[in-house]
Design a protein. Sequence first.
Length: 341
Amino acid sequence: VQDQDQLVPLVEKIYLKLAKRYKVYKRQYNISIVLGISFYPGQAKDAQQLYEFASQALDKAKGLSWPIEFYDDGSKNDLSGYTLIQSLRQALDNDEFKLVFQPVIDLKQPRTVYMEALLRWKNPDMHNYSIERTIHLAEKNQLIQPLTNWIVSTACELISRLNISDMVVGINLSMVDLHDHYLPGRISKCLNRYKIKPGRLMIEITESQIMQDPDEVAEILSHLGMMGLPLSIDDFGTGQASLTYLKKLPVEKLKIDQSFIRDMLHNADDKLIVKATIELAHTLDLEVTAEGVESAEVERLLRELNCDHAQGYYISRPLEADQIPAWYQQYSSTVRKISLN
């Protein structure tokens, strides 16, 4: 590794490899990983100092409840959480965020189910900062409400401006959002401002968020559901929620975590889990999306398993807003030609 810019994606890749499920004597275990990182040369003068700086970064990561933290030496290339907080405040004030949109397609008929809105930095100097880390720090520093308000408003404005009749946009809510009893009212006002039907804005939350505070989350979700917003559970299979519990919520869809989808061609256990999840979800009238579809073989297997929807780089990378109309036109035409052949 020659510089910090190269290290960030490498570290996150290592983290994702380590922080996953492990099977020991037929039992599944989730491993939590915390990483503290410093540099030699550039920060530390020797091996002992390198270890000390990395340990300080590790302690800070634990304090922030964040899995990865870099040692802050005060330089302009600092990658610390504190610098990121300041950058986050400036970004909200200066319109330095944007949304990109990754399609979710129907595996049973030629249509795009919805576009998942994903947050990105506009500023190229910030591209190495993980969005997950950004959102986590926003939650910790009372910045998540203005960020969520911006995401909701931007998504609604796009739906109104593009005026594609069957276009639905999905947005992700944070754990703090799910404790905000004023959020449904703000979403309702935004829908009214842009004259959008509630069914065109989907809410996505993760399984782990639900299980952190199930009663509180259920109350907010029930309110959003009564407003007519479709609800989807993301990253299903990584937490402790059962499908029968989820059925008590006003949820229409669930998305199987990509860790199961990615390896199911070569892992019989993952394939069995995906198959069983799809079958049980269907008995509960839930539609199933598979995320992390990266090959034609995986897509074909999902069709064989009767999965409803799919999302992943094989289908499409995230699109800029101005690419969406072409996607709808091109995808419909391509699928129509394939079905005719």
